[in-house]
Design a protein around this ligand. Structure first.
Ligand code: AMP
Length: 353
């Protein structure tokens, strides 16, 4: 069905109520759209900047139906929404579609999907029962990492295996995946936006560094090895987006290795490693996600400077707000979260130029 571009004043539904939804809603507001957040939590930092908020369980079909009826298009900022929860949303209203969610919320499916497209994930093996762990490790070798197939993020649900299997490993009903430890030079992501007409644009790939499995910094310019591997990584990301008939912003994370880019994981959404694009690109990932899903033309993804640094504010950081606001190159973003728990993303700072 052809999609008629939504005019300003239309309502965008967002599944998930975190900072990504908050930044999508702020970009949507700039273009005159209203947002309606659906999230299971009672409070939401995305709802704070949106016109409407439904706080209900994912499987509350009645609430999902009423939410859908109030929206002109529905998107998501969180990939672990149970796929069956989307049943009340008609296909033409959901962007990106449910297939992207299905593939990306299961580490085994996404690795198989990428391998089928000709990409290179780390060597991997699925595990359904504890008794299969030894066999998987024997097949792939050590060192490696056991990861929960579902619901893992920011390094959660992961166990490094150097020698013996850690005592606290448990196999959830949805299983584990064991993957070989990748000897990488550095990490980068490909962030693209795909419009309803199939047009694809990419942002520059930053050098991403993690601390404790959580993204800490994204930096441009990236080391030369990323520049040498980004074309192959982009070709794979575009293939993935085309195969999914994807609409909106899609992120694929890679390890740059001496043998070329190794796929780590994909996120069917805007991504922390693209936050720099708010001030560092002509059009941010958030604005282009909105443009794509409402069927309007995409904006220019070019960077506005050669040097851009994004630092995440994680947990209880001692934040000198005055100093950051006095720095002419710094853009401070605070997500409005009341409680600074360990590992929680509280905000970020982007310095341009
Ligand atoms: P993930 O949640 O899978 O993105 O993992 C978080 C971080 O852990 C990654 O960004 C890497 O820094 C590291 N990591 C994950 N998987 C591997 C791997 N197979 N080999 C080496 N490092 C990894």
């Amino acid at each position: 069905m052809s999609f008629k571009a939504l005019p300003a004043g239309a309502t965008i539904g967002i599944l998930g109520g975190g900072q990504l939804g908050r930044m999508i809603a702020m970009a949507a507001a700039q273009l005159g759209y209203k947002c309606h957040i659906f999230a299971p939590e009672a409070e939401s930092v995305a709802a704070e900047v949106s016109a409407h908020f439904t706080s209900a369980a994912w499987d509350d079909a009645e609430a999902m139906r009423a939410f859908t009826a109030s929206c002109d298009v529905v998107t998501y900022e969180f990939e672990n929404v149970p796929v069956h929860a989307l049943d009340p949303i008609p296909d033409h209203k959901l962007a990106p579609g449910p297939r992207a969610l299905e593939v990306a919320q299961d580490r085994l499916s996404e690795k198989r999907f990428i391998a089928e497209l000709g990409g290179t994930p780390a060597p991997f093996c699925g595990i359904d029962r504890a008794a299969e762990i030894g066999e998987a490790i024997a097949q792939i070798g050590k060192p490696g990492i056991l990861k929960t197939r579902r619901d893992g993020y920011d390094g959660k649900g992961q166990w490094k295996v150097d020698d013996a299997v850690p005592d606290d490993v448990s196999v959830p009903a949805s299983g584990l995946v064991y993957e070989g430890f990748v000897d990488f030079e550095c990490e980068f992501s490909v962030i693209l936006v795909r419009a309803r007409n199939g047009e694809v644009r990419f942002w520059d790939s930053t050098h991403n560094t993690h601390e404790g499995g959580i993204l800490a910094h994204s930096v441009l310019p990236a080391p030369a090895i990323i520049g040498q591997q980004v074309e192959a990584a982009r070709a794979l990301a575009k293939q993935a987006a085309d195969a999914l008939g994807y609409i909106g912003v899609l992120t694929l994370e890679f390890f740059a290795t001496k043998d070329g880019p190794v796929f780590n994981e994909m996120a069917p959404r805007v991504h922390n490693s693209g936050h720099w694009s708010i001030e560092g690109a002509v059009t941010s990932q958030f604005e282009n996600h909105v443009r794509a899903i409402v069927g309007q033309p995409l904006g220019d993804t070019s960077s506005v400077a050669g040097t851009i640094v994004m630092d995440n504010l994680i947990g209880e950081v001692a934040l000198d707000v005055k100093a950051h606001l006095s720095d002419p190159k710094a853009h401070l973003h605070l997500y409005g979260k009341a409680e600074a728990r360990e590992g929680r993303k509280m905000g970020h700072i982007t310095r341009v130029g």
